[in-house]
Design a protein around this ligand. Structure first.
Ligand code: ZN
Length: 430
């Protein structure tokens, strides 16, 4: 019985894959794109009238004046600027807030799972062909990633963190309610070295590509502080050491100066938010080559909308304290030359709005080309995927976006993506 069932299930999977593959891509394997201007992600001046040759899901050649093979499908983007597909290194793609208490008490993980694909599609159609998703309940991010990779549903490439790793009473715990209130869900709470190691192992076992550590207090949770450390140095070291043993990098959520420094000393790949980073933290990040992933757009949305979404005043007060300071910290990090990768925290504000952060990055100190690089080569480097994504070069995935205007003259063009290709398949063209 067991064998027959397995065979039947396998046949079903093959059928489904076959249909979805045909729907997604009825294209010849060879494609040539005529790009009016190409910004390849590597920082050089735009290339006029570039040809991009694609075989299957990969780029094979790039340059002006390349011969177009006779049997190739030709996509004419000669009136557009073509760029590498964007990378958002800090999303929560499985959900977004509608109502604070309703989201906590009236929704089950199944409600979350059933709508996650909608947000993945919106993210892809905004031009974000790769995301690093840094925190999701119940391994929904893993199921979503796998369904996208199988071709069942459209969405970006995903590096998934699964449950956050944090302390009792911390930003990853649920605080502020009755101590008798318990949810029968998987817990991302771990205290002390042994529990931390076990939780990291449990996450890797269940598909985590990257580990998300809660190094400090946070804004969108009800603990008192916004930035106090929530792990000792020893605990943070354990997270990084255990993750490294399984070949995983660590992204550390940290707003406060002390927590940021502990996380950098522990050896994390990136500090998320970094809102209240001090001069020593900036110096340490530069010295260690630690990326800062600073979500400097979403404060606009939170301050405008979260009261309407029923968030407690305590949380709004915390956001009011850190939002402006974080943008000033970003400017200081730019001036110091710290490595920056693009990360928006999409999922605390609407998915598909990821591109709005480019303009904030320019407002607070980056050139338009540098802002583009935070979401292309820099983010690819942070993810350890420089050989796959983040630039338009032979050997990379054919992940491309196009905008009608010149983003170097008006960075807001990146909020209006007209064309999206991922792995040689066109997902948006208008
Ligand atoms: Zn986040």
């Amino acid at each position: 019985m067991r064998t027959r069932f397995a065979v039947a299930a396998l046949a079903l999977v093959i059928t489904v894959d076959h249909v979805s593959a045909q729907q997604a891509d009825s294209t010849p394997t060879r494609t040539a794109i005529r790009a009016g201007r190409l910004i390849d992600g590597r920082g050089g001046p735009p290339i006029s009238n570039a040809i991009i040759l694609i075989d299957g899901d990969r780029i094979t050649a790039v340059g002006p004046g390349l011969a177009v093979p006779a049997n190739a499908r030709v996509i004419d983007l000669s009136r557009f600027t073509v760029l590498p597909g964007f990378i958002d290194a800090h999303t929560h793609v499985t959900s977004q807030p509608r109502d604070y208490y309703e989201d906590i008490f009236r929704k089950s993980p199944i409600d979350v799972a059933i709508t996650a694909h909608v947000y993945a599609k919106r993210t892809l159609e905004a031009g974000f062909t790769t995301i690093r998703d840094v925190g999701s309940a119940e391994f929904i991010d893993i199921a979503l990633r796998n369904a996208i990779n199988r071709g069942d549903i459209p969405g970006p490439r995903i590096q998934a963190a699964t449950l956050t790793v944090g302390s009792t009473g911390g930003h990853g715990d649920l605080s502020g309610f009755s101590p008798y209130l318990k949810f029968g869900t998987f817990s991302g709470v771990a205290d002390g070295v042994d529990e931390i190691r076990k939780l990291v192992r449990f996450e890797v076992k269940n598909g985590a590509d990257v580990i998300k550590m809660i190094a400090s207090a946070g804004v969108l949770s009800e603990e008192e502080s916004v930035g106090a450390p929530q792990y000792s140095q020893e605990e943070m070291n354990a997270v990084v050491e255990e993750a490294a043993m399984w070949g995983r990098k660590v992204a550390a959520h940290a707003h406060g100066a002390e927590a940021i420094k502990r996380a950098i000393k522990a050896g994390v790949a990136s500090v998320e938010h970094a809102s209240l980073i001090d001069d020593e933290g900036i110096r340490l990040a530069k010295e260690r080559g630690t990326y800062l992933v600073m979500d400097i757009y979403n404060d606009d949305y939170i301050m405008a909308e979260y009261k309407r979404l029923g968030f407690p005043q305590k949380i709004l007060d915390k956001e009011a304290r850190v939002g402006r300071l974080q943008r000033e910290s970003f400017r200081r990090a730019v001036q110091a030359g710290v490595k920056l990768a693009f990360g928006t925290d999409a999922g605390v504000y609407p998915h598909g709005w990821n591109g709005k952060q480019f303009a904030k990055e320019v407002e607070f100190g980056l050139t338009p080309m540098q802002a583009i690089q935070t979401a292309t080569v820099n983010a690819a480097d942070l993810l350890g995927w420089s050989d796959k994504v983040g630039s338009v070069q032979p050997g990379r995935f054919a992940d491309l976006v196009a905008v009608s205007g010149d983003p170097l003259a008006d960075i807001h063009e990146l909020e209006r993506v007209s064309f999206v290709m991922k792995g040689g398949v066109v997902y948006k063209q208008k």
